[in-house]
Design a protein around this ligand. Structure first.
Ligand code: F0G
Length: 475
């Protein structure tokens, strides 16, 4: 892939030859609780083979999510103390608002308690039966919030994004040809907006190129469709653009971020990712009418517009985190640490999504467990095996999360069966990551002993959070 070779050249210019170190010191620590393989077997069974039902104290290394799990900085903790808890007009809100306005270039900023609260408000206003939302890949809560209104979400990922182990620099891109075709087929008047997820979480944490966003904007503009960003991991995406896209190697990340947002009419954001906050989110708009409609719903569901669903202290932590995330020493370390684990697994023959994503390593469960059919949820089976072997908690992003049933009750599988090892920000050190690699390699060596699973209980929406499963033929 010539583009990726070019990316490597750029990367080597940016990196020094020395080890890239964690760009922080540790002031406060939390204990890890140890348990045995036998204990974990029993815990997993009790949790009905669902990692969301395992108690966190029964987990050694928690890679379930990078959301809300960041270590906050001393500056953020200082901001927590300074947070102003006034119901209306808190200075913490104005600090937050000014920061988000500066980063996004958008004038209307609405705080929410997390990303999905932003989605709920946005899609309640724009959704409804007969409407379509087009995306590179919608995250599960985004899709659920769209579908809850009766509208339909449509993923149009580029061809490279469909092949987990074939490397390409921007596998998160939307397929712009397919986008144009879909708009013509469905009618622009039925498409309230297009939404590009940066980075593309459900598609392997893969970035979207600036060029792809520019092209998408042109198509949207031509059809009078607003373009939104699901901006949860905007800084990681911007750093990939710096590393891999022609013309950006010398551009500061803050400028790349500014350019990214300049093509968007609005965004949804979970501050639990690229704002180093434990809770929070926002909506940002250029459109005043949409902002006013959102505020009306915000007051009913979240709170007054100068705090949304948050405490003043949370608004401070987010404002400070949004500035810290664009530190290029941090981003270099962040992207490198995901790549480090990815390369260790590749060297041992473990099939993983390539190249490394921004916040997580994605194992290709179909390639890892070819003996387990998709109807027996190979990703979920692998999540269980990794937990039992080493106490590492991961999450399936495959047919348990995204599978549907046809009219005869047969599973319509997800396009990919992935297991995500999401790395919390500034939390684990290199030796933790080395341990993770050792455990997964051991599971890989013993992969033939892993059995498939069947569902015994499930809910109609977002079933992966609460589903109960058991090994096939275990009665
Ligand atoms: N969009 C994307 C791309 C996400 O990754 C998430 C959350 C959301 C929206 C919703 O944000 O959790 O604050 O309500 N992703 C988490 C994860 C849960 O584990 O990837 P939220």
């Amino acid at each position: 892939m010539p583009q990726l070779t070019k990316a490597k050249e750029v990367q080597s210019k940016i990196q020094t030859v020395k080890t890239i170190i964690e760009p922080f010191r540790i002031k406060s620590v939390e204990p890890i609780y140890f348990n045995t393989v036998q204990e974990r077997k029993e815990i997993l069974e009790k949790a009905c083979f669902n990692p969301f039902l395992i108690h966190a104290n029964d987990v050694l290394i928690d890679l379930l999510t990078d959301s809300g799990t960041s270590a906050m900085s001393s500056q953020q903790w200082a901001g927590i103390m300074q947070g102003d808890e006034s119901y209306a007009g808190s200075p913490s809100f104005y600090h937050f608002e000014e920061t988000v306005q500066r980063i996004t270039g958008m004038p209307f900023i609405i705080p929410t308690h997390q990303g999905r609260a932003s989605e709920k408000i946005l899609f309640s206003i724009l959704g409804g039966k007969g409407k379509y939302f087009l995306s590179n890949t919608l995250f599960d809560t985004t899709r659920a919030n769209i579908e809850y209104t009766g509208a339909e979400g449509i993923d149009l990922i580029c061809d490279e994004g469909k092949h987990p182990t074939i490397p390409a620099p921007f596998k998160g891109n939307i397929n712009t040809k397919a986008l144009e075709k879909k708009i013509a087929e469905l009618g622009a008047e039925n498409i309230p907006l297009c939404i590009i997820t940066i980075t593309n979480n459900s598609g392997g944490g893969q970035p979207v190129s600036m060029n792809n966003i520019v092209e998408t904007k042109k198509i949207c503009q031509k059809n009078n469709i607003p373009l939104f960003l699901d901006a949860c991991r905007f800084a990681e995406n911007a750093y990939f653009i710096k590393l891999r896209e022609e013309g950006y190697a010398e551009v500061p990340v803050s400028e790349i971020v500014k350019e990214l947002f300049s093509y968007a009419d609005g965004c949804t954001m979970s501050a639990k990712k690229d704002a180093f906050a434990n809770i929070g989110g926002f909506l940002a708009f250029h459109d005043e009418k949409l902002a006013q409609q959102s505020r009306n719903l915000l007051i009913i569901t979240e709170g007054f517009p100068t705090y949304g669903g948050l405490a003043g202290r949370d608004l401070e932590a987010i404002a400070i985190g949004l500035n810290e995330i664009m530190d290029e020493h941090y981003l270099q370390y962040r992207i490198r640490s995901i790549e480090y684990l990815t390369h260790k697994l590749i060297a041992a023959g473990v099939p993983v999504m390539q190249p490394a994503g921004g916040h997580a390593v994605y194992i290709d469960a179909k390639g890892f467990l070819p003996h387990i059919p998709v109807s027996q949820y190979p990703g979920q089976a692998l999540v269980g095996a990794i937990y039992v072997e080493g106490g590492i908690r991961s999450v399936e992003i495959g047919s348990l999360m995204f599978g549907k049933y046809d009219s005869t009750g047969n599973l319509i599988p997800a396009p990919l069966e992935l297991v995500r090892l999401a790395i919390p920000r500034r939390v684990y050190t290199q030796s933790h990551i080395d341990y993770v690699a050792e455990v997964i390699i051991e599971v890989f060596q013993n992969r033939n002993s892993i059995n498939g699973l069947e569902i015994t209980e499930e809910s109609p929406m977002l079933r992966h959070f609460t589903a109960k499963l058991k090994p096939v033929n275990s009665d």
